[in-house]
Design a protein around this ligand. Sequence first.
Ligand code: ZN
Length: 85
Amino acid sequence: MLIVAAALLVLSGCGQKTQPGTSQPPAIVSGSEASASYTVAASELKNPENKPVYLCPMHRDQVSLNPEARCSICRMRLVPQEESK
Ligand SMILES: [Zn+2]
């Protein structure tokens, strides 16, 4: 009986050792979007240094100082404010 119990322990132990994590899907699939920043309303934008402002071509009151940011409404890429005039 001891041998059977030992064998069962080994078998279950082997089962638990199947590389944890390899079959797990990534917690966040869209990693680029998770780290992306989004626009704020133009009236809320803090821009004391008068940096170039980027805005959504569809929602022109959605602005950001980050050229990599996206519109918080439609997720579109932003365009420089000067070019959109
Ligand atoms: Zn937009």
